[in-house]
Structures are given as structure tokens and as C-alpha cells.
Design a protein around this ligand. Sequence first.
Ligand code: SF4
Length: 393
Amino acid sequence: MLPLLTEDAQKPELRSLSLAELQLLVDRMGEKPYRARQLFRWLHFRGAGSFEEMSDLPRPFRERLAQEARLATLVIDTVQQSSDGTRKYRLRTQDGKLIEAVYMPDLDPDEADDDSAAGIRRTLCVSTQVGCAMGCGFCMTATMGLVRNLTAGEIADQVYRVNADLRARAAAEERGSAPGRAEAAGRSMGGERPLTNLVYMGMGEPLHNYASVMRSLELLLHADGANFSHRHITVSTSGLVPNMVRFGEESQVKLAVSLNATTDEQRGKLMPVDKKWNIAALLDAVRKFPSKQGRRVTFEYVLLRGVNDSDDDAVRLSALLKGMPVKVNLIPYNENPGLGFGDPGEARLQAFRKILIDRKVTAMVRKNRGRDIAAACGQLAVQGQKEKRAAIP
Ligand code: SF4
């Protein structure tokens, strides 16, 4: 039973509720049962950002909803546009925290992690936490520590705000004018969604916020909501082994694992998680990962100049993955100021890849997106956090 609470922060957050929970809420309010589905569609199909937008719900019902529940709609705070089409969004939560989502249009089908080869691929990388507890040495988000988990509604709302922004831009382009105020604020969403693919690779370790991530997937995959295909969503982990196993059993979406090193000595320095679950435990979990409907695990390998990018590393990596039905994404490091790691350069990247290919390991290069706009994970949010601190007298 959902409690009737008066304090705003303690009211149930509507966008995080499942359809079944909305049904309970609507029932408790004495409304007709079909209102729950109508409300769910406003929240997740149209991505409504406010109660006012829900025009076919009776006004008294909307007013009671606003009293008994809340809509934790995100606000687009800053957008950076790259020359390659990447758009990086900094979004503000209701309690004033900053997170990031990165829109990447048109990924090369050869690089993509899904089988929808036809048409344009428009991928959004979403955040799952404010900051992160995992402490990876090459990552800007890690410097924030973990501030808090995002709710399922906040994870899903990144998709709805960006969809609305993209739709507004497309409409404005057609008209040949700038987006209107309501459009720019992310309102006026129709049912269509410009985004085709999602990757949970933004700020935070998704499997460290397991319950909210699973709920957000339920919402985003729902036929009455955004209706994504599970084949078009990838969740990434730095290697939380117990939750990987659970995720494999409880979800059908795809998994990517950040490996980034070939010995525990090296990986433990870059990624503290390795000290708890080492490479052997990680690979064991991947071997046991259920390959439902042909999904295969992707390994992400960020190449750091002079750290993990040698020929020996490539040889060791192929030996580790030998016989596993996996794919490796090689990612040249997107340099973060002050962290002390460098981009390996194109020649090193290709030499590394060749060693893998020669040893029959499927290896793709994931091009760095938005190099001109600080698109590496956490750069924009950390920058915003510093600005906020500096503004406090
Ligand atoms: S790389 Fe991912 S898991 Fe590691 S600290 Fe950054 S956000 Fe967290």
C-alpha cells in the first residue's frame, strides 16, 4: 500500500512507479482503473514533464496527483554540441545535483552493439548515479565520489528530456527557426522517440544501483512507454561480479564489462574493484552469463598511453579471451585534465587491434565522440560542481 504523505520529498515519485504501482495509487484515489495506464503513457510514452501537460486527465485528478505524488523531472542545464553531432547534456535533478547524458547520432554500424543495422542509430548514454564509488583512476566522475543513486524515474527521464530536445530541434529545423520556449524546456513531446539505442555508461556504476537500474529498464522497455527493444540497450559494469550474475538471470538486455587491463596488478591500480573481484572471477562470471537470444558480452578496453596499450598487453588480452564468444571495444582514452593519462594515438590503437584480430578476437575501435566538447564521462558535471562551489560566498 502506498502511503499518503504530505512532505514533498517523501511523496512517491511518479516516474519511478511501475504500472502496477500506479494502478494501486489510482485505485486508492478512487479513480477509474484505466486512468493508471493513461498516466503511465503520459509519463513514459509522451515523457510529460509536468501535470499541466497531461491534458486529457481531469483537472481535479491532476490536482490530487500533485498533492499526493511528485514528478522529479530533470531540467536541461547546459548543452554542448560537437562538430561530429554528439550533444552532451548536463541535467539538473530536483535537489540540484548535476548529471550527464551524451547523445551520439549515427554510430557506425560496425561499431554498434546491436543488430539493428538498418537506419540511423541515435544512441543516448545515460547516468545511473550522481558521482561514483568505484574510484577508477582514469575517470573524472570518480573524483566526485558517490553523492547519491539516481532513482529509476531520473534514469528514464534523461531519455525523455533528450528526446524532447531532439524533437524540438528537428521541428525548428523544419520551420527554419529556433526552438520555441516550451520546446526548449523539453515540453510538448509526442509519442515518437528520436532515440533508438541506450547505453548505461554515463556517470556511476549501474550495477551498484541495481534496483533502480532494473526498474528503469522495466519502464523503458514497456510497450506502453518508450518501448525500447532489449536488443538496443546495453548496461555497462566495472565488474561487480555478484550483480553481473544476478543481472544475467533477471534481465535480457546486453552487458558490457570494463576490463581495461590484462593483469590484476595493472587492473588493481586502475580499478580498485579488481581487488575484490579479480580478472579470473570476472571472466568466470562472463563465461556463465546466459546468452539469451544470442546476446554476447562486450568487453570495453580503454587504451591508456604507456599503461595498458603495449603489444604484450594485446597478446595477454587475446589469451584471456580465447574461446569466449565475446567482442572487444577498444576505446582510445579521451583525456581528462589533471588525471595524468594520455591517448595512445591512432598507430598504437591499430597495432593493438591487429594483434587481437590476428588471434581471432573480434575487436572494434569505438571512436572517441565529441572530442571538442569535454565528452568524457564526468567532465561537464564535475566542472559544474566546481562552478557551484566557487559561487558559494
Ligand atoms: S569509469 Fe565508471 S565505474 Fe569507474 S569510476 Fe568512472 S563512472 Fe565509476
